[in-house]
Design a protein. Structure first.
Length: 260
């Protein structure tokens, strides 16, 4: 269902772009929404498809064995939506606030049974009692609901008939509503914990198309969380899960359709 929605958004934007291109071939037509971008403030909303994945930096002792990575990530495709508030600075620069809600589900696989070799303890880690890892222990399905609040500085060129290209970059404050960060249970009880409050940076590019009643903007955005999202397992938990990772950070790519 999620992949179908993403494909539908892509096809919709392509069809709109083709229709717009047909309009742009007429040199003598009137520009549309001529005064729209002269407003100091304007509003809108957006819909998007997203691709969520993790960037993983492995612990050299517990995260790899014989040059093989013991922890792997599988991406997911899903959707989101949000609002747009634009503040015009001058003819070429805008500030945009685009709070939204993003949904997704990722998978982490821990092939870390080989860490039993450290059960007797090391100079830096206490001994532990090994347990046999079942399929339920090895795989974590991580459901995610993100409140994403990006603040973007947009630089755009001049209008070419009824279109205008732009690039944007900025920072995000992201709240993970399904982080489980306050849970006393951990991976030993099949509960994966991550940080609730996160900070990221984003970069975006797109083309704004002007129609009689609204402005449509298809865009591509990349968002990359900067802080480490790992909440360590409890001290008595064997080093099969969070101990195998040094850093875990969300990477996201969005295909966005904006309506203003």
């Amino acid at each position: 269902m999620n992949k179908f929605l993403l494909k539908a958004l892509v096809l919709a934007s392509v069809n709109v772009a083709l229709l717009a291109n047909a309009q742009f071939r007429t040199r003598n037509r009137m520009d549309k929404l001529e005064d729209f971008d002269e407003q100091k403030f304007s509003w809108g909303f957006y819909l998007n498809g997203n691709r969520l994945d993790y960037r993983i930096v492995l612990n050299p002792r517990y995260g790899s064995s014989n040059n093989q990575n013991l922890v792997t990530s599988k991406e997911s495709y899903s959707f989101g939506a949000g609002l747009i508030a634009k503040w015009r600075l001058n003819d070429y620069l805008d500030v945009r606030l685009e709070p939204g809600l993003q949904f997704g589900q990722r998978q982490l696989t821990f092939n870390t049974q080989s860490n039993d070799q450290y059960a007797a303890g090391t100079l830096t880690n206490d001994p532990f009692i090994p347990i046999p890892l079942t399929e339920k222990d090895r795989v974590r399905e991580i459901k995610t609901t993100l409140v994403d609040v990006p603040v973007l500085l947009e630089f755009h060129g001049q209008r070419w008939y009824n279109s205008r290209p732009y690039v944007a970059a900025g920072v995000n404050y992201i709240v993970n509503l399904q982080s489980n960060s306050d849970s006393t249970d951990d991976n030993l009880q099949q509960v994966f914990r991550s940080t609730t409050h996160n900070f990221a940076w984003s970069a975006e590019m797109g083309i704004q198309f002007y129609f009689n009643k609204f402005k449509l903007t298809p865009a591509i955005r990349g968002t990359f969380i900067m802080n480490n999202e790992i909440v360590a397992d409890n001290a008595t938990t064997p080093p099969y899960w969070t101990s195998a990772m040094s850093t875990l950070q969300t990477r996201a790519v969005f295909f966005v359709l904006k309506f203003e």
